[in-house]
Design a protein around this ligand. Sequence first.
Ligand code: PHE
Length: 366
Amino acid sequence: MQIAQISDDLGYESYQISVYLCPMEQLLQQIDAYKKEVAAFEGATPDAAEEFRIKYLGTKGIVKNSMGEMRKVPNDRKKEFGQLLNDFKLFVEDKYETLKRTNSQLPTPNSQLIDLSLPGDAVAVGTRHPLNIVRNQVVAIFRRLGFAVAEGPEIEDDWHNFGAMNLPEDHPARDMQDTFYINQLPSWLLRTHTSSVQARVMETQKPPIRVICPGRVYRNETISARAHCFFHQVEGLSIDENVSFADLKQTLYFFVQEMFGKDVKVRFRPSYFPFTEPSAEMDISCLICGGDGCNICKHTGWVEILGSGMVHPNVLDNFGIDSNKYTGFAFGMGVERITQLKYQVNDLRLYSQNDVRFLKQFTGVV
Ligand code: PHE
């Protein structure tokens, strides 16, 4: 017989006599009640799931406690109750897994505080580097004239950079292109021009050849507003039967007009390069001052933009190209200089300082 003390609403104490239940029946009823409670448990937050775990599965939780009741069960019913309690435990564990799963699909508590109607944080969009923008423009112009793009290694051997280009050891013209050498391997260097790529093309291909070679090159220069220890070039090479200086000029006129517009004036000045004969440097009228004279054009009204010439027969012979049958022209320009004129950049160091105030001015330019 169980007597429980209860209070009614008025505060009077009274006694209620409940029906007698043996401990096993009590346990059965209790577990039944717990099961209903568990089934009805709702909690869509990680906190609620944790609360559930502590209440039912914790070391002092309901499942453990109920298991403890086993000692009251007589031996002949232990198996039956053992099964029952085990089922109860599995039932609770199953519920706990479901709660956890539901929670993992929910946003975290913090994100529940986010107001999705607010405008988002702007994502800064990167820009192409101005030198890459201009290199791509140069490449696109020559591709329209049928030039293919060729690339090669920046660490080069002496032969491809100098020897094959008619610049034998001790040639004074090497002084104009001093570079970085590797002590342990003196015949390896950082290429001084992408003519080395032209060398590699002549080595592997037969005329007709029409290539442009964009890439980074190195020179041993003191860093200043006008010079750096590396810069970028696009060099070009065209070899075929009957290629003449007129082809060279026409190709380069076309390039200048496409790059800088129809009003720009062009002039050629005789020059010297060991790998071309005759050689010429090409100037365009200064885009900064319109030819009136300024710092950029050193008050001459003209700016040099590239070197060029007819490929020296020695160079063709170096690669087994018959110089009696084939002729060719070559040219090479610095991308930094073209970019300077196109976008009026007056200090070369800006290109490699990674200053976003400079770089972001090219946002949207392709
Ligand atoms: N290779 C030369 C330089 O880097 C440029 C050039 C290329 C000149 C082809 C003439 C012909 O200075």
